[in-house]
Design a protein around this ligand. Structure first.
Ligand code: HAM
Length: 425
């Protein structure tokens, strides 16, 4: 029996996706815009592995978070070591910062990284099991200027990409000195509200009570509507820090909303937490999220190092931009229509030489009529077509046709590459 008979085509893993030509152009544009902006702000690229020891994420993101409790792709490798596909980048960057003793040379470091993350969430629009993040982190700066710089940089990136229909939500989550007082005040409300809370929140209210504030279930939102604001419980230092962040952002003209319900889904945060939210993606409102994590590096065994960062949901950002302006594939600079095998052989050699010279060339390798090849050139939106006929070639000439003006010129084969490079560059 043939191998293919009765076999179903193999499909993608649920929640994973291909990013196809036609989409990748936009992804590249976003990536280029982000990299150029981040580099201008003094950030340097760091590339971290796709997999880490499970313990790294459990200890940093927090045992009681949704991510660690139920969303990580974790498995034992052949030796029984527990490994996890990274659900985010911050923990790995902290690990690298500690492991390479970066603080010893200069504790202040700015990093960015772009790549895939993995969370086994329920897939829906804007939510995938493999998704991409554009991540930026600043280590070694306790001053609120790092917070402002990151939020400003994020806003600037969105402006450069013409993403204007988003709002920055900002909150402070306090520090180990002031958060316990807030948790105590919240605990009281939570025990009274218990019957109205969803089962997840009833579990969270003991182990991770702040998360209840962030629950999207309507009953929980209603029950928490009168919840105390963490901003009323901040210590003097946290209050001053938050005031500098919000005052300076206002002076810089960055629009934002103070959102006392914003708590974020990872446990490492202290002080400033923020999200860029949009109405364009249905239930998935956060296009980017981040905040300070002043205790994380030390808790992972490194030197006491204040830090802050953000991650943009690359897929979500691309979806918002694509919905406004569909991107098309880059057309070739030149289409070569060759007629007959001798002409095709010569045309092929020219096409690789032109490719090396930076001219985007397209041609068909099969034996097709001129009409069929011109149709193809039109479909690909080629600006010019080089027509290589056998008899013209024997006479030492080819024809260059401008597809917009429909004008044609005969050009000599001698010096052709130089001529085309000059004409097309
Ligand atoms: P996060 O809020 O978990 O934060 O993720 C950041 C962004 O990644 C989200 O706002 C969202 O746009 C995108 N995202 C998250 N999960 C998915 C998913 N399943 N499908 C598609 N997009 C998703 C972090 O990961 C922190 N590490 C951010 C950070 C950096 N904090 C400090 N430094």
């Amino acid at each position: 029996m043939s191998q293919t008979t009765n076999q179903k085509n193999i499909q993608l893993i649920r929640g994973f996706k291909d990013i196809l030509p036609g989409e990748t152009e936009l992804w590249q544009k976003i990536e280029r815009t982000a990299i150029s902006l981040f580099e201008d702000f003094g950030f340097r690229e760091i590339r971290i592995p796709i997999m880490e020891k499970t313990e790294l994420f459990a200890r940093s993101i927090g045992e009681d978070t949704d991510i660690v409790e139920k969303e990580m792709y974790t498995f034992a490798d052949r030796r029984g070591d527990m490994l996890t596909l990274r659900p985010e980048a911050t923990a790995s960057i902290c690990r690298a910062y500690i492991q390479h003793k970066m603080a010893a040379q200069d504790p202040v470091r700015k990093f960015y990284t772009i790549g895939p993350m993995f969370r086994r969430e329920r897939p829906q629009k804007g939510r995938y099991r493999q998704f991409y993040q554009i991540d930026a982190e600043i280590f070694g700066v306790a001053a609120p200027y790092a917070d402002i710089e990151l939020i400003f940089m994020l806003r600037t990136l969105f402006d450069r990409l013409d993403v204007t229909d988003t709002t920055a939500h900002i909150n402070s989550l306090g520090c180990p000195a002031c958060r316990p007082r807030f948790k105590a005040a919240l605990a009281q409300l939570l025990s009274e509200a218990a019957p109205k809370l969803c089962s997840d929140c009833n579990r969270r209210k003991e182990r991770n009570p702040l998360r209840v504030l962030d629950c999207k279930v309507p009953g929980c939102r209603e029950a928490m509507a009168g919840a105390p604001s963490i901003l009323d419980y901040l210590c003097a230092d946290c209050r001053a820090h938050f005031a500098t962040v919000t005052d300076t952002l206002s002076r810089l003209g960055v629009p934002f909303e103070i959102d006392k319900q914003l708590v974020r889904g990872l446990d490492y945060y202290t002080r400033t937490a923020f999200e860029i939210q949009t109405g364009a993606l249905g239930a998935q409102s956060a296009v980017a999220g981040g905040g300070r994590y002043d205790g994380l590096v030390e808790s992972l065994g490194g030197p006491a190092t204040p830090a802050i960062g953000f991650a943009i949901g690359f897929d979500r950002l691309a979806e918002i931009i694509a919905a406004g302006a569909p991107v098309t594939t880059r057309p070739p600079d030149l289409f070569i229509a060759a007629l007959g095998e001798t002409a095709r052989q010569q045309a092929f050699e020219w096409s690789v030489a032109l490719g090396v010279a930076g001219i985007g060339v397209s041609m068909v390798y099969a034996d097709k009529s001129l009409k069929a090849q011109m149709k193809q050139a039109n479909r690909q939106n080629a600006g010019r077509v080089l027509i290589v006929g056998e008899s013209e070639l024997a006479a030492g000439t080819v024809v260059l046709r401008d597809m917009a003006s429909k004008s044609q010129q005969e050009i000599p084969v001698k010096g052709l590459i130089d001529h085309l490079v000059k004409a097309l560059c």
